[in-house]
Design a protein around this ligand. Structure first.
Ligand code: PLP
Length: 361
């Protein structure tokens, strides 16, 4: 087994035995010629298996230190694929502070009676909520956007003792800072749209597991319902992965400098940052200034997403978390004075000067 840096740099290389091409070819063909009746090359139809997708899946499984990975059309389709392998009526304990899109789907499924959710604010609350009745424990760590960290190993031990499965959304830290499978998690999901691809130009998702039974069900559902990653996007994801570690380290170094600045700014009430990664949330002293701050930033782009080389600023209240009712948001600390930054790989000095100007207005 090679080190992470080597696995990443070698994503997809030398995968084409026919020509020896170094970079992975993009196989657009949706169907494959059978050498003769009753024989297959292993590839029949692209929904079932595509060589470019299979190549990126190999790297994705390796970096998450898992046996299997499935590349999907989006982070949401990865989350849906993972949940749908569990029976109707499954009971889920989830962290309250969730990506708004995940919450929207969970809420719809609860109304249909497909799944039942209990939301918890802290690790202790989560542990207390896991009972013999619990089927699934769902963790986003650090949480979005409050940046609360959960101890995956600790929660997983308790969940497994009670017979529950643990699913972790590893979008924010990526395998650079956290490999939940090695901490006991059963399934890992990602919005690969974010750090894994890293350039704000691919919509993608990943489901990872080392459990053969889960993988077989995931694969069956993928082939049946078809939320697969396209060959072109599989290539784009593969290309992005090569620099994942460099990008993550650069974002973290920048984020630490931005945090040091924000903590000293009189315009900032509170900074939420778990110490690593490129995501920072902060609460402003004067909420009325939020439109001015957002409109005057020049290096940061006002947009909803994260994990790219370009820095973004997001207002969760009206963007990523708008589907969570405001009273629910306020009840767990996601107040309307909170802004979220995704720190890219620009010069820290330019990011800080941009924020300094906007916060002084
Ligand atoms: N999980 C997290 C933590 C996210 O931030 C997002 C997207 O913003 C998703 C899942 C959904 O991923 P996608 O937008 O790729 O469908």
């Amino acid at each position: 087994e090679y080190q992470l840096e080597t696995i990443l740099a070698h994503a997809g290389i030398n995968s084409d035995e026919a020509t020896g091409a170094l970079a992975s070819p993009i196989h657009f063909s949706t169907t494959y010629q059978h050498p003769e009746f009753g024989h297959s090359t292993g590839f029949d139809y692209t929904r079932t298996k595509n060589p470019t997708r299979a190549t990126v899946e190999k790297t994705l499984a390796a970096i998450e230190k898992a046996d299997y990975a499935i590349a999907t059309s989006s982070g949401m389709s990865a989350i849906v694929l993972a949940f749908e392998i569990f029976p109707v009526g499954s009971k889920v304990v989830a962290a309250r502070d969730l990506y708004g899109g995940s919450f929207r789907w969970f809420n719809d499924k609860e109304k249909e009676g497909r799944f039942f959710f209990e939301y918890t604010n802290t690790e202790d609350e989560m542990i207390a909520a896991i009972t013999d009745d619990t089927d699934i424990v769902y963790i986003e760590t650090p949480t979005n956007p409050l940046m609360i960290e959960f101890d995956i190993e600790k929660v997983t031990k308790i969940a497994h003792d009670k017979g529950a499965v643990v699913i972790v959304d590893n979008t924010f830290y990526s395998p650079i800072y956290q490999t939940p499978i090695t901490q006991g998690a059963d399934i890992v999901v990602h919005s690969a749209t974010k750090y894994l691809s890293g350039h704000n130009d691919v919509l993608a998702g990943v489901v990872v597991t080392s459990n053969q039974e889960f993988y077989d069900k995931l694969y069956y559902n993928l082939n049946t319902t078809g939320p697969t990653l396209s060959p072109f996007d599989s290539y784009m994801l593969m290309r992005g992965l090569k620099t994942l570690k460099l990008r993550m380290e650069a974002s973290t170094a920048n984020a630490q400098e931005v945090v040091a600045f924000l903590e000293k700014s009189p315009a900032v009430k509170e900074v939420l940052y778990p110490g690593k990664g490129g995501m920072i949330s902060f609460k402003v002293a004067n909420q009325d200034k939020i439109p001015t701050i957002i409109n005057s930033l020049k290096v940061f782009t006002f947009a909803e997403s994260l994990g790219g080389v370009e820095s973004l600023i997001t207002y969760p209240t009206t963007q990523t978390h708008a589907d969570i009712p405001s009273d629910v948001r306020a009840s767990y600390g996601l107040t309307d004075d909170l802004l979220r930054l995704s720190i890219g790989i620009e010069a820290a000095q330019d990011l800080i000067a941009d924020l300094e100007n906007a916060l002084s207005l």
